[in-house]
Design a protein around this ligand. Structure first.
Ligand code: 4AD
Ligand code: MG
Length: 428
């Protein structure tokens, strides 16, 4: 038997089809059951009358049971999706206990039942967009002839400082979950030159915010011969490509999520660029006083984003405000790095930089950044790269969930990933 996907029902008007899915909602009244069935492609209403084989089952079967229906497709403007199924047969595939989620539940309960809440219409739309965002990132890099390269998740090095490392026991030795693919990626520059990766990264963030996960998907790129300018160009091209691709493929889902798509339509290169120094001045004018070297937190991101309608770069941060691997500028006071911030106050999306290639400077900076003498052996491979045919190179990392969050216009990062890992939750 061939089953029609609900999204294709309209192509079969007037015909009898078989479909299967899950009960989204059901309502019975005097010898007739109105049942809305969903599958991954949509929802459709089925009308099951009392003479139909399986009617008793239709009357008593609850939300989220899996079912199959045979019936005639009828155009009906009042029905969701504009079509209705007049059932001639109804069958239950998998029964359902009383569904524990009702309307207006607390976010905590929805997280306890995440394995069931993922079925909601809202999350389904977001997960489709997420799937396409990841597809578009692959498309973008492969279109530019980047190779996909994976790096280890189990490491003994801290790419982004010690405070957010997840520690684990590796056959009796101390090890961590990778914060970033970057340091190993740099070792692959002389092999493949232009590389990218989409992989999980781990941060033991001890803060509960709307944009931090303990496990997130990190899209990274690293390219030989690419300088800081070239890196920013690549970043704005990537973000624009993904946003425009989603507008083309998932406009309907965006609109159903209530997203104002006008705020996305103009996302095309170039993106505005300001130096860190200028950003501090802009903040001062807005009444927010920050001294040079301070990180930019949520209030600063919000204030700055009021000045821009597109994502905007804040580049050339003070020497010791960022990571040890960033290349020093000629001025000796800043590093050749950028953070790309999203508009509408969504915050940081990308962190990138040109990489330091001078072995002496790199060793000095590692010391200044507090990498201990006893741990230095774990970074030896990274230093070695500078000894054997080092070339100028740059790279960046983008948080996939942050990008999905902004594109969808939702207010918490947890809804961009099926099973979010945050400080107080590792289950389900
Ligand atoms: O700015 P970050 O820490 O930079 C790096 O890891 C570099 N090694 C990247 C590189 O140059 N290859 O992280 C990059 C991005 C951030 O801009 C943010 O979007 C995302 O990763 N990110 C997080 N997303 C969700 N939850 C967290 N806890 C995140 N921490 C970083
Ligand atoms: Mg960063």
């Amino acid at each position: 038997m061939e089953f029609v996907k609900i999204g294709d029902v309209k192509k079969h008007a007037g015909k009898t089809i078989d479909l299967r899915g899950w009960i989204h909602r059901t309502r019975a009244s005097k010898g007739i059951v109105f049942m809305v069935i969903r599958d991954s492609t949509g929802i459709v209403q089925c009308v099951v009358k009392d003479k139909v084989p399986g009617f008793e089952k239709a009357e008593e079967t609850g939300m989220e049971a899996s079912v199959s229906v045979k019936g005639k497709v009828r155009k009906d403007d009042r029905a969701p999706g504009g079509y209705e199924i007049e059932a001639s047969k109804f069958e239950v595939i998998g029964t359902a206990d009383a569904f524990p989620i009702r309307e207006f539940q607390s976010p905590e309960l929805l997280l306890d039942y995440r394995h069931l809440w993922v079925r909601s219409q809202k999350l389904t739309k977001i997960f489709k967009i997420r799937s396409d965002v990841i597809g578009l990132i692959h498309e973008f890099f492969r279109g530019r002839k980047f190779y996909e390269m994976q790096s280890p998740i189990l490491t003994q090095i801290a790419c982004e400082g010690g405070s957010t490392l997840f520690k684990l026991d590796y056959f009796g030795e101390k090890a961590f979950l990778a914060q970033s693919w970057q340091l190993h990626a740099e070792a692959m520059i002389p092999v493949l030159e232009d590389i990218y990766c989409i992989a999980p990264s781990f941060r033991a963030e001890k803060s509960r915010t709307r944009k931090h996960l303990a496990e997130y998907w990190h899209a990274g790129a690293e390219a030989a011969w690419m300088d800081h300018e070239g890196s920013m160009k690549l970043q704005e091209d990537l973000v624009s490509y993904v946003v425009q691709g989603i507008l083309k493929r998932r406009r309907e889902e965006l609109l159903e999520l209530g997203r104002d798509v006008k705020k996305l339509e103009h996302i095309k290169p170039p993106f505005p660029r300001v130096t860190y120094e200028k950003a501090i001045e802009m903040l001062k004018k807005d009444g927010i006083r920050r001294k040079c070297g301070d990180d930019l937190g949520v209030p600063e991101e919000k204030a700055l984003s009021k000045h821009f309608k597109k994502p905007f770069f804040i580049e050339k941060w003070p020497l010791h405000s960022k990571a040890f691997y960033m290349k020093e500028s000629k001025d000796g006071k800043t590093v050749l790095c950028d953070d790309l911030f999203m508009p509408e106050g969504y915050g940081e999306l990308i962190g990138g930089s040109e990489r330091e290639t001078d072995l002496k400077i790199l060793e000095k900076r590692m010391k200044e950044f507090g990498i201990k003498e006893k741990d230095k052996k774990n970074y030896q491979f990274y230093l070695d790269i500078r000894k054997y045919g080092s070339v100028p190179h740059s790279g960046f990392g983008m948080g996939v969930e942050r990008l999905v969050m902004w594109i969808c216009g939702i207010d918490h990062i947890r809804d961009t990933i099926a099973f979010p890992r945050v400080m107080n939750r590792i289950n389900p």
